[in-house]
Design a protein around this ligand. Structure first.
Ligand code: SF4
Length: 357
């Protein structure tokens, strides 16, 4: 898969909790064709909303150069996110660049699947290995409400089928579960993908960004999700595939596959978090709930060498002490339904659509 000579860079850095940097999530656009209520509510992100102008976003050459430097520092997994990455023009050309980087073991992508049926073959051809599709419900009205768009899940389901047909299987299907919105449809989701080989991962609703008005009583916990599904399809826990795996795995006792739960609120996993994020405009962000990031674009465009940029990245990571979800959880009074108000909750956070979930 990989041709070009690796960069000679300093040894991989670990952060203040000894966590290495292994995963880089690259947001290739801040734009999206959906308006999911928990991320980019339509009433705020209307038709006139001003997204980043083109000169402000990293071009493919810059993304590739930064990815190469991160890989030189120990990253081996790249995930392409957004906004919605499939709205970025020529995306397969970027994938072709990234899969050639020596040291990259995995290139994956997260999409809402709306454009996937049309693009799956080109993405696969470009070298994409894995795909995660966000789909919150199979119920037409629920899907419309949560995506903030007048179309149900059909297009996304077609995209999943086509992605499987071209060989991007098994596919992970991520569903955010929000009380009062879609918890009554999660068993249908499990039933639909059971026996297909695809893995549905149910995500606890999180206080990402600053716009979704998050409340603890809207969180359906991982335990409740497992109970609901387990009533109809008995489940048993499965060992993680690797350290730092985000989802907790369960398999159907009848052997018809597995599901996952991503429990950032009730069972935080900061201890093994090895994820760095690159925003669309070139900032290094060290946590999904961070309030800021290190500007790498100015270094890139200011003539800095790879070694200087690597040193800047290492300095940020070695000073990293993020564990937002753990702090939130330790301050949460589940009996009172109060999320306690860890300091982080009050601070202004980077919006999820700028750093990709
Ligand atoms: S809250 Fe931050 S540190 Fe914790 S798992 Fe999520 S991204 Fe990692």
């Amino acid at each position: 898969m990989s041709q070009s000579t690796p960069l000679q860079l300093p040894d991989a850095t670990t952060d203040k909790f000894g966590r290495p940097m292994r995963d880089l999530r690259i947001s290739v656009t801040d734009r999206c064709n959906f308006r999911c209520t928990y991320c980019m509510p339509a009433e705020i992100f209307g038709e006139r909303y001003e997204f980043l102008p083109k000169p402000e976003i990293l071009n493919f050459e810059e993304i590739e150069r930064l990815a190469r430097i991160f890989v030189g520092l120990g990253v081996n997994k790249l995930r392409i996110t957004g906004g919605e990455p499939l709205v970025r023009a020529q995306l397969p050309a970027l994938i072709e660049r990234l899969v050639t980087i020596v040291g990259v073991e995995d290139v994956a992508l997260t999409t809402n699947g709306f454009l996937l049926a049309k693009m799956a073959a080109d993405l696969k051809q470009a070298g994409l290995q894995r795909i995660t599709v966000s789909l919150d419900s199979l119920d037409e009205e629920v899907a419309k409400k949560m995506s903030g768009r007048p179309y149900g899940p059909e297009k996304t389901l077609e995209g999943i089928e086509e992605a499987a047909r071209v060989g991007l299987a098994p596919i992970k299907i991520d569903a955010v579960v929000q009380r009062g919105e879609n918890e009554h449809t999660i068993v249908d989701m499990a039933r639909r993908f059971r026996g297909t080989g695809h893995i549905v991962r149910f995500i606890e609703y999180m206080d990402v960004g600053n716009r979704n008005g998050w409340k603890l009583d809207q969180v359906v916990t991982a335990m409740e999700i497992i109970e609901r599904i387990g009533e109809e399809f008995p489940l048993e826990p499965v060992e993680p595939n690797y350290r730092g795996e985000v989802a907790t795995r369960y398999r159907y006792k009848d052997g018809s596959g597995e599901i996952g739960v991503i429990a950032s609120v009730s069972m935080p996993f900061c201890g093994d978090c090895t994820r760095a994020r690159l925003t669309t405009d070139g900032r290094l962000v060290t946590c999904l709930f961070a309030s800021g990031g290190k500007d790498l674009k100015s270094l890139l465009r200011g003539g800095a060498s790879d070694e200087e940029i690597a040193a800047a990245i290492s300095a940020v990571w070695s000073n990293r002490s993020d564990r937002y979800s753990e702090l939130r959880e330790s301050n949460t009074d589940w009996s009172g339904g109060d999320a306690g108000g860890s300091e982080g909750e009050k601070r202004k956070k980077i919006e999820m659509y700028q750093i990709g979930g």
